[in-house]
Structure formats: structure tokens, C-alpha cells
Design a protein around this ligand. Sequence first.
Ligand code: ATP
Length: 140
Amino acid sequence: MKREFAVIGLGRFGGSICKELSEEGMEVLAIDTEEDKVNEYKNIASHAVIADATDEKVLKELGIRNIDHVIVAIGDNIQASILTTLMLKELGINKITVKAQNDYHEKVLKKIGADQVVHPERDMGRRIAHSIISNNILDH
Ligand code: ATP
């Protein structure tokens, strides 16, 4: 069964999520404010649109309400990330995953109801540290 996803922000993180979901046969709506980013994904995602996700009217026009799971992968612009998450929550999105830039950002995202907050660099750093430790144990 195909599930519907939207990825907002097509940087390295959001772009990689968009690509993997699409390759797994999922329906993905890809959104970014930058035309070149959107062009990069128009043959990968089911739909790719140039849009500012902080504009509530735009989100409504895109029919984001009907999407099951939205991934907010807006990078450095913490304000835009928080505002977008808040609006998605108000629109009643079933599942919202957001990339956090730092611990304060993460705290706010959880408070406003993000279902899953990820911190890719930190999480990957931890995972690699654990894998280094287990490889060292195996080596001894
Ligand atoms: P990293 O490389 O650390 O993973 P990133 O590359 O994912 O970070 P950015 O380069 O900041 O992070 O990418 C965020 C993307 O989000 C950019 O392509 C940017 O154009 C997009 N973006 C920023 N604000 C908005 C917005 N309001 N609506 C839609 N897209 C946005």
C-alpha cells in the first residue's frame, strides 16, 4: 500500500529522505522555496513544488491536510521550522517528524506537538561511537 508523505526542505537531510521514500515506492510531495532544489527532485518525488511552508494559505492549497506523515527538514531557519510545525499541527496532520538544530529547538518542537524530533548529526555521532566501541571489543 502506498502511503503519502510530504518533505519540506530539500537540503541534504530532507533530500535524502525524499529520495529514499520515493525509491521505496512511496508517494512523496517535495516542497522547497528554492527553484533549483525543486527541479532536482521533480523526477524523483511524485510531486515537487516551489512553496514557502510558513505560509498557511499555501499549505492549505497544497492539500497538506490529506497527507499522513510530514517531515520538516528546514535547516538553519529555526523560526521557519517552528512556525511550519505549529501550522501542520493545527491542520491536524497525523504524524510530524522534524529535524532539530539544537537542544532548545528540540524542546520547543516537542512542546508544540512534533511527534518525532530528530537530530541527525548528534544521533549519527552516537551511533558511530557505539559501532566503534563494538568493533573494538570484537578486535580484542
Ligand atoms: P544539512 O546539510 O545539515 O542536512 P540541510 O542541507 O538539510 O542541512 P539546509 O541546507 O538549510 O539544511 O536545507 C534546508 C532546505 O529548506 C533548503 O533547501 C531551504 O531552501 C529549505 N527551506 C528553508 N525555509 C523554507 C520554507 N519556509 N519553506 C520551504 N522550504 C524551506
